[in-house]
Design a protein around this ligand. Structure first.
Ligand code: THG
Length: 367
């Protein structure tokens, strides 16, 4: 019997009670919080995301708020993506790099006002990082983690459910655009976003005491569309080619290596953290790249806690960073982070715990 007791340090999400009530059976740690990962029916949860609508507690996607006269300047200093055209109400997917050009996070940036931004972060401490950079640069900006927690509705039927709750205007929202509103007096921001390629929205709850109430509003509203609980799905995100920074990347991975080069603008100002290194990396050409692997074998064999070596002609050319059974492809699929000299179309060997396994390299996404 395993028990978990949330504390002030390992913060529960506002949707934690609701997730327990839904029958959460597994969870993971992300941003020093508990993220539900399974409700006991992995196949059902997968197909609900592909064909219907799935409801996720993603309160672990913490918001790092930048507020004050230098908020916009700090946002640009933290990210090598050009933010000069970002409008109020718009979101953008932005890589964050350290001074060596190494990827340290890949948030969605939300611009709420000229002097107010949220970084909706992946799993690393950007509050700490942003505070340090702001202090070193002498910027006039206040950095906090406000009481804001996303809940995701993902899948082809998510739009109908969200439109039913908040109104048909959400159907006109463009990708990553958002609007602040209220749902039965609960303050929220509604954004077209989410960590799947099945379409959907995220509802950013701005009052953590209302998590269960907000969860149940969508649970009830979604019944006609067969809504049910789920979680960011390893199989779907891998099929779809989404990157998990920290999972698919190591302590030396730059954005160009993991297909995020299109979010790096080399002509941003020289004071952007990492831009000098990124210009050099780009000029030299990346040494590694990320490709898909389709492995031989007809039974699920996910990756454990260790990355597995990828071999070509007896030589190690890189690693497999994730691996999952794809219900739609009926194969184990994964990502390779390997030498740029090894190309899609080639066959490689993956050194698996069960023994050497042949795999074919393909371009991402798989589907
Ligand atoms: N939603 C919110 N916060 C988040 C995530 C999210 N924080 C953590 C993590 N996810 C951040 N990482 C990503 C990674 C990919 C995408 C979103 C957040 C994504 N990418 C699309 C793609 O790669 O095809 C589109 C990117 C584009 O072209 O602009 O959606 O999910 N709130």
């Amino acid at each position: 019997m395993f028990s978990f007791f949330p504390t002030a340090r390992v913060r529960p999400s506002p949707f934690f009670e609701a997730a327990l009530a839904e029958g959460m059976v597994a969870a993971n740690v992300y941003n020093r919080m508990i993220m539900p990962t399974s409700f006991g029916d992995p196949e059902g949860e997968y197909w609900r995301l592909i064909n219907g609508v799935s409801q996720w507690d993603v309160g672990v996607e913490r918001q790092v708020q930048l507020k004050g006269p230098d908020a916009g300047r700090l946002a640009q200093i933290l990210s090598p993506r050009d933010l000069s055209t970002c409008k109020i109400g718009q979101g953008k997917y932005v890589p964050l790099c350290n001074h060596r050009g190494t990827l340290i996070n890949d948030p969605i940036l939300l611009k709420l006002a000229d002097d107010l931004y949220w970084l909706s972060i992946a799993d690393s401490d950007i509050w700490l990082w942003a505070n340090a950079i702001a202090a070193e640069r002498g910027l006039n900006v206040e950095i906090s983690e406000p009481d804001v927690s996303p809940m995701a509705l993902q899948g082809p039927k998510a739009e109908d459910v969200v439109a039913h709750v908040v109104g048909d205007w959400v159907r006109a929202l463009k990708y990553f655009w958002f609007k602040e509103t209220e749902i039965e007096s609960i303050p929220v921001a509604v954004q077209r976003s989410g960590w799947s390629k099945q379409g959907g929205f995220e509802i950013y709850l701005k009052d953590g005491s209302q998590g269960t109430k907000l969860w149940n509003i969508f649970k009830e509203a979604g019944r006609p569309w067969g809504i049910g609980p789920g979680a960011p799905a390893t199989a779907e995100r891998t099929e779809s080619g989404l990157v998990s920074v920290g999972g698919d990347t190591d302590d030396d991975t730059n954005p160009f290596e993991v297909r995020l080069g299109k979010y790096v603008d080399l002509d941003v100002p020289d004071d952007v953290v990492g831009i000098t290194a990124l210009r050099m990396i780009k000029a030299e050409g990346p040494k590694r790249h990320q490709l898909g692997l389709i492995l031989d074998g007809a039974t699920p064999a996910p990756l454990g806690t260790k990355r597995e070596d990828v071999i070509v002609n007896g030589a190690r050319v890189g690693v497999m960073t994730n691996c999952t059974w794809s219900p739609r492809m009926q194969a184990n699929i994964g990502y390779a982070l390997i030498s740029a000299a090894v190309k899609a179309g080639e066959t490689v060997i993956v050194e698996r715990p069960s023994g050497p396994t042949a795999a074919r390299l393909v371009e991402l996404p798989f589907l």
